[in-house]
Design a protein around this ligand. Structure first.
Ligand code: UDP
Length: 567
């Protein structure tokens, strides 16, 4: 069992360990990883002997206990328990009918109760004030239903452990899109939702050309109104400047790479954007810890290869043993078998290799690692298809002659909690800072953190990290703090020191090899402008990203990560 940091233990104790009737934790980390490994490897009994299943359980356990690979939180919480819902990501349909919307609300509650997050596109809902034939009244519009979903989420805590996260999307040509862009500008409104505008190439081309843009009623496809595309784009950027929402999802890019075009277009993603999904699809995620794949100053390619194959098998087994919140989810998961293998600890890997995050060399390595993981995951999926059969909806795929077990393989999730458990940097994000305070992760308690790798490197150079950390507290950066050796300074590039363009380029370097999407936050300094956000959104689209989210430091009253450290 690898050593866990104090923060990791706190998080595990607060939310992940099983408890007895009195609420006392009844497991430790080793027991948790054993429970999850056995729960997932139970799937192996369908394909092999009991001895084989036990051998796989041991391998799964070693990968998790070694912090080399971790599945998404619902798997850690629920595998090997009666609840047994293991997926983090779901998308549900929103039709223009009260019955259907409230059926989706019901299913959403079941997903949230079991630890999953949900995404929706509300664009089929007729606009506010539109005609309702049956009652002769006026329609309340998509935003009113967003509020209903938000309220329901607010009242439910996921399995008593975490609040359900939601993604709400409205297409750029919906008549209510301006109100949607502004929807989160008042504090506390829709706080359980991330919002994204669904943008096609046509919209962004209209922005580029400074053309007019038509808003269309989804009920009858009639044009309601026209406005300059740039006016709408500015409004979106100003709202994002004020509070981070809305982001954008690039629907044309997503659909050019839709792995199952025969099943129809994709219009939504999960809450953090890393998995574009059809209605009733879900995805279970797992992440490789790249921080642990550096040996003797080099990438440990052989170790990585073995872990990719193990992880693909693990995630395939998850689909088998998963207990879905409702039948339509089970059917879609069994037919499409989408999985999302990703990474965490990328910034730490770069630091260990001595590569600054915002350099061409770092992006080149990102491409190499991503391509390697992709190729090995494809090989693993093809091997499983030979052993267990291809996914049943293969005939609807873009390339149905290439047998494989899964419609998708890779996805870069935020790893917000599992990276804490693994004690490394989240996802492909740069360090947030060498020292900061983490707010609210456990429901309000502030966790001060100093990057342990920074401490170690400073000590190796005989430098006084305590004094430096106190100074970093004031500014959040190492930039002007004396007493930091140059080799240390150049590799500890924090999120706000990396330029927005370099954030985007890193996201693009990974996205080029990822069949699902990459969840990433483009961090901006407090003085960034709405014009800058417009440029970032356009650049994100041109780089072929599937979505983009910005966060301007200080733009929300309360934020998860706070600069400034008070020892
Ligand atoms: N998620 C959620 N609620 C949360 C955090 C995450 O529903 O509070 C879902 C959401 O779909 C998100 C996905 O889990 O996109 C993955 O998030 P992350 O990688 O941060 O989760 P972790 O496995 O680290 O908890």
């Amino acid at each position: 069992m690898a050593d866990l940091t104090p923060h990791a233990l706190r998080v595990l104790r607060a939310r992940y360990f099983l408890r007895d009737a009195e609420g006392r934790p009844v497991e430790d980390a080793a027991a948790l990883f054993r429970r999850v490994a056995r729960g997932v490897a139970a799937a192996e009994l369908d394909y092999g002997s009991r001895k084989d299943a036990e051998a796989w359980a041991e391998r799964f356990e070693a990968a998790m206990a070694g912090l080399d690979f971790l599945p998404n939180s619902p798997t850690l919480m629920n595998a090997g328990t009666p609840l047994g819902q293991l997926s983090a990501c779901f998308v549900l349909p929103i039709d223009d009918a009260i019955d259907a919307i409230f059926q989706t609300l019901h299913q959403t509650a079941l997903v949230h109760q079991s630890g999953g997050g949900t995404g929706f596109n509300f664009s089929a809902v007729r606009p506010e004030g539109d005609r309702v034939v049956r009652t002769g009244g006026r329609a309340s519009g998509p935003l009113s239903f967003l509020r209903v979903f938000d309220r329901a989420t607010e009242e439910m805590r996921q399995g008593g452990k975490r609040r359900g996260a939601n993604m709400g999307i409205l297409d750029a040509d919906h008549p209510d899109v301006e109100a949607f862009a502004d929807a989160k500008r008042r504090p506390g409104v829709l706080r359980n939702f991330n919002l994204s505008v669904g943008a096609t190439d046509a919209f962004l081309e209209a922005v580029e050309a400074d053309a007019d843009w038509a808003l269309v009623n989804p009920r009858d496809r009639r044009e309601v109104r026209r406005l300059p595309a740039r006016a709408l784009f500015r409004r979106i950027a100003e709202a994002a400047w004020a509070g981070g929402d809305p982001g954008m999802v690039f629907l044309s890019t997503i659909n050019r790479q839709n792995p199952l075009p025969g099943l129809g277009p994709i219009r939504a993603t999960n809450p953090c954007g890393e998995v574009p999904l059809l209605p009733y699809e879900s995805c279970n995620l797992g992440s490789l810890n790249l921080a642990r794949r550096v040996r003797g100053g080099e990438v440990d390619w052989e170790g990585l290869r073995g872990l990719v194959h193990l992880a693909v098998r693990f995630l395939d087994d998850v689909i088998r043993v998963n207990r879905y919140p409702a039948t339509p989810f089970a059917l879609m998961a069994e037919r499409n078998r989408k999985i999302g293998l990703g990474v965490m600890g990328w910034a730490e890997m770069l630091i260990r290799l001595g590569l600054p995050y915002d350099t061409e060399a770092a992006r080149r390595l990102a491409g190499e690692v991503a391509a390697f993981v992709r190729a090995e995951a494809e090989a693993a999926s093809a091997a499983l298809a030979r052993e267990r059969g291809a996914f049943p909806n293969l005939p609807y795929a873009r390339d149905p002659e290439r047998p494989r077990r899964h419609a998708t393989l890779l996805s870069i999730a935020p790893t917000g909690t599992i990276s804490i458990i693994a004690g490394t940097t989240p996802s492909i994000e740069p360090l947030f800072a060498v020292a900061y305070t983490r707010e609210g992760v456990l429901g309000g308690e502030a966790l001060p953190e100093v990057n342990p790798l920074f401490v170690r490197m400073m000590e190796e150079h005989g430098a006084d990290w305590r004094r430096v950390v106190r100074e970093v507290a004031a500014t959040g950066t190492l930039e002007d703090v004396p007493g930091v050796p140059e080799e240390v300074r150049r590799v500890f590039r924090s999120a706000l020191e990396v330029s927005p363009e370099d954030h985007l380029k890193m996201q693009a370097a990974w996205q080029a090899h990822v069949d699902n999407a990459v969840s990433k936050t483009i961090n901006l300094r407090p003085e960034a402008t709405p014009e800058e956000i417009e440029r970032i959104y356009l650049e994100a689209w041109r780089l072929g990203l599937k979505g983009v989210t910005v966060f301007r430091y200080g733009s929300k009253g309360q934020q998860v990560l706070e600069l400034g450290f008070h020892p």
